[in-house]
Design a protein around this ligand. Structure first.
Ligand code: PYC
Length: 434
C-alpha cells in the first residue's frame, strides 16, 4: 500500500499537515533542487522527460551511478512526456515489443508504492476495435503473440464489447460496424505529469543534477571520421550547452522530437522523420467510459480521466514538421470519427487541443543503446509509443551504461538493425492507422 503521508522534498506531510501548510500560505519546499552546473559528470543525459529522468533514477538506484546531469532545454516534462494521452499497455505485435512494454507496465503498476507518489495508475482495460476482417485478423495475431508472452489479451465480440463499454454503438448501423476487439485488461491510463515528478524527485534525491533551461548546442567528439572528430570511430568527450561546456565520457540522447538533431551533433545519422500528433480534451462530465477505446480504422483513441474529461488522440500528421500547433482539420476529423463510435456524446464541448512530436522509425520500434560513436547512446525513435516505454527504457538504458553491454531486453532495438534487415515491425500495434 502507498504510504498516506506525502513526502515533499525531505519532509513528509499528513493530509492535515498539507492543508495547514496551504492555509498558512507557507512556502513549499522544492520537490527537486537546483544546482550549479559542474564542469564534469560521469553521464550527461539530454532530455528531461520520463525517459531521461528514469535513466538518471535507475542509474543511481540500481547501479550507484550518481554523478549524472539531466539537461532539459525547457522545463521537466515539457516535451512528449507532458503531451501524450497517458495510455499504457503491452498488447504489441512482436514478441520483442510485448516483452519490453510489459516490463514497463509492471514498473508503472508498482510506481506509486515504489516512488511514494500517487501516479494515479488506473488499470481499466484497453479495447482495440476491429471494423474489418483484416483488422480482426491482426487482433487475433496480436492476441496469440501476447498470450505466448504471458500477456493477458483476447479477441472478443460485439456483445461483450457492449457490456464493457455501453456507450459504444455496436449495432450494424454505423458506416464501419464494430466486428470485434482485442481486449487487454492490464492496459489503462496514468497521470503523466506525476510520472515525471516521481522520477525527477527520485533522481534528485539520489544525487542526480537536473538542469532545466539548459539547451545542448553541440556534442563534442574526437577521433571520428567526420568533421570535428564526430562520427563513426570517434568518441564523445562532452557537450556544449547554453550554459557552458560540460565534459563527460557518456552522453545519452533521450529526446523526442529532436532525436535526429541531437544525434547529428555527434555525427550519428538516424532513420527517423518527425511528425506532429494532435490530441484534445473535453469538458468534464460524469464518468461513463470505463475503459480505453481505440479504433485504428477511425483513427481515434479515447479515455476518460478521473476528473471526467474525455482525452482524444488521432494518427500522426502525414507530413514531417516540428510545428506543435493545433489544427481545425484535426478537430473536425476527430469529431466526425468519435461520433460514429459514440453518438451519445455529440453535445460535449472540446476545451483544449495540443500537439506533440513523434520520431517515426521505419519499423515503429525504437533505436536504443550504443552507436558507432563511443560513449554516445540513444534512447529515441519512439513514434507514438514513448510514454508507455518510459520506465523500462530508463531501467534498461541505465543497465546498458552500467554494464557497458546491451541488455537482452533491448538488443533487438539496436541502430545496426536497419542495415542488416532485422526490422522489428510494430506498425500493426499502433493505436491508429498511420
Ligand atoms: O499506441 O496506444 C498507443 C497510443 C496512444 C496514443 C498514442 N499512441
Amino acid at each position: 500500500m502507498p504510504t498516506l503521508g506525502k513526502k515533499v522534498g525531505s519532509a513528509r506531510y499528513s493530509a492535515g499537515g498539507l492543508l495547514m501548510r496551504g492555509l498558512r500560505k507557507q512556502d513549499w519546499p522544492r520537490v527537486w533542487n537546483d544546482h550549479d552546473i559542474k564542469k564534469k559528470y560521469d553521464v550527461v543525459i539530454v532530455g528531461g522527460g520520463v525517459h531521461g529522468l528514469a535513466t538518471a533514477y535507475y542509474l543511481a538506484k540500481n547501479h550507484g551511478i550518481t554523478n549524472v546531469a539531466v539537461l532539459e532545454k525547457g522545463y521537466l516534462g515539457s516535451g512528449g512526456s507532458g503531451r501524450n494521452t497517458a495510455i499504457v499497455r503491452s498488447n504489441y505485435l512482436t514478441p520483442e515489443g510485448v516483452r519490453f512494454y510489459d516490463r514497463s507496465l509492471e514498473l508503472y503498476g508498482n510506481m506509486s508504492v515504489d516512488m511514494n507518489l500517487n501516479v494515479m495508475f488506473s488499470e481499466r482495460g484497453h479495447l482495440t476495435l476491429a471494423h474489418a476482417d483484416s483488422a480482426l485478423r491482426t487482433m487475433h495475431w496480436r492476441a496469440e503473440v501476447n498470450k505466448l508472452q504471458g500477456v493477458n489479451s483476447s479477441v472478443i465480440g460485439p456483445d461483450e464489447i457492449k457490456k464493457i463499454a455501453p456507450s459504444l454503438d455496436t449495432s450494424a448501423e454505423p458506416r464501419y460496424p464494430i466486428l470485434g476487439a482485442l481486449y487487454h485488461p492490464p492496459g489503462g491510463i496514468i497521470r503523466h505529469d506525476a510520472v515525471v515528478w516521481a522520477y525527477a524527485r527520485g533522481a534528485d534525491a539520489l544525487g542526480a543534477h537536473l538542469h532545466q533551461q539548459t539547451e545542448v548546442l553541440d556534442i563534442i567528439c574526437e577521433g571520428g571520421e567526420g568533421p570535428d572528430g564526430k562520427g563513426a570511430g570517434g568518441k564523445v568527450t562532452g557537450v556544449r550547452t547554453s550554459r557552458g561546456d560540460i565534459s563527460a565520457p557518456i552522453v545519452v540522447n533521450c529526446t523526442a522530437g529532436w532525436a535526429t538533431l541531437i544525434s547529428d551533433m555527434a555525427g550519428v545519422k538516424l532513420p527517423i522523420t518527425t511528425h506532429p500528433l494532435e490530441a484534445a480534451v473535453t469538458e468534464p462530465v460524469k464518468v461513463f467510459l470505463p475503459t480505453v477505446i481505440v479504433s485504428g480504422s477511425l483513427h481515434v483513441y479515447v479515455s476518460q480521466t478521473d476528473r471526467g474529461e474525455l482525452v482524444f488522440g488521432a494518427s500522426i500528421a502525414p507530413f514531417a514538421t516540428y510545428s506543435q500547433a493545433g489544427s481545425l482539420d484535426f478537430t473536425e476529423e476527430l469529431a466526425g470519427h468519435v461520433l460514429e463510435l459514440m453518438p451519445g456524446i455529440a453535445k460535449m464541448r472540446l476545451l483544449r487541443q495540443w500537439a506533440g512530436l513523434c520520431d517515426m522509425t521505419p519499423d515503429y520500434s525504437p533505436v536504443m543503446g550504443f552507436t558507432p560513436v563511443e560513449g554516445f547512446l540513444t534512447d529515441v525513435g519512439w513514434g507514438t509509443y514513448g510514454f508507455k516505454a518510459g520506465p523500462v527504457s530508463g531501467e534498461q538504458m541505465a543497465k546498458c551504461i552500467a554494464d557497458n553491454k546491451t541488455p537482452e531486453l533491448i538488443a533487438a532495438f539496436d541502430l545496426a538493425r536497419f542495415g542488416e534487415d532485422r526490422l522489428v515491425g510494430e506498425k500493426g500495434a499502433a493505436a491508429v492507422g498511420h
